[in-house]
Design a protein around this ligand. Structure first.
Ligand SMILES: Nc1ncnc2c1ncn2[C@@H]1O[C@H](COP(=O)(O)OP(=O)(O)OP(=O)(O)O)[C@@H](O)[C@H]1O
Ligand SMILES: [Mg+2]
Length: 224
């Protein structure tokens, strides 16, 4: 039997600006099974990041509901949603959300502390090394380039071996060699630990490595 780890039903997202109300997502239905790798593609402004934040429970839909790992997100408060995220979900977003006052290494060990586990410094070092940052362990985010910060965010997301990893343009700022290394790491996590991957990308070679590709167009999802 297959188990779906993410299920979205009739998701709508409407936002208000000064001038108008804008409906970004117009009735999204999708289901993602445990261990699947799914690429979300679409033109800039199509609503990919918006959809991802809803699926991850970082924002709430205007209508519709998301089941995440068997939890109906609309029935949970912020605290309960945060608990699911810290225990089972990894994120790599377009804004990297590193803690500015912590070194690269401490940013990577942080999810252990949030989860209430002792920090595994050796593993953090290995992960940073595997994204090519073994020589930048003690730099703060401000002392790292954009692509380096993104790689710290990836290492951090891998740290707890999440059940689901959401990544928004994980290779967007990276050179080709580093990008292929990161892609290798993503799929290693997927194969070894059965981590479900949900990847927003403009990179068609990355999308083609995924089990499925979902295209966001006119506020709806089209499956290829
Ligand atoms: N809070 C908001 N208020 C007003 N408009 C918003 C808001 N959030 C998103 N939008 C608009 O909704 C659209 C979808 O945004 P989103 O960030 O989801 O696009 P995207 O598909 O991730 O694009 P990109 O590939 O450029 O990252 C954009 O046109 C954006 O301007
Ligand atoms: Mg985006």
């Amino acid at each position: 039997m297959q188990t779906s780890v993410i299920k979205a039903t009739s998701l709508f997202k409407t936002v208000s600006t000064n001038q108008e109300k804008l409906t970004i997502l117009k009735g999204i239905n999708l289901e993602i099974e445990a261990g699947e790798s799914v690429a979300i593609v679409g033109t800039s402004g199509a609503g990919k990041s918006t959809l991802m934040t809803l699926l991850a429970g970082l924002d709430t839909p205007t209508e519709g509901d998301v089941m995440l790992l068997g939890n109906e997100l609309s029935k949970l408060d912020d605290e309960a949603r945060a608990k699911i995220r810290s225990e089972s979900v990894g994120f790599v977003f377009q804004s990297f959300l590193l803690i500015p006052s912590l070194s690269a290494l401490d940013n990577v060990t942080l999810p252990c502390l949030l989860k209430g586990e002792s920090e595994n410094v050796e593993r953090a070092k290995q992960l940073l090394d595997s994204v090519g940052l073994g020589h930048r362990l003690h730099h703060s985010p401000a002392q790292l380039s954009g692509g380096e910060q993104q790689r710290v965010a990836l290492a951090r997301a891998f740290m707890i071996e999440p059940k689901i990893l959401f990544a928004d343009e994980p290779t967007g700022n990276l050179d080709q060699k580093t990008a292929s290394k990161v892609i290798e790491l993503l799929f290693e996590l997927n194969k070894k630990h059965g981590t479900t991957l949900v990847l927003v990308t403009h990179d068609m070679s990355l999308a083609s490595k995924c089990d499925r590709t979902l295209t966001i167009h006119a506020g709806q999802v089209e499956e290829q």
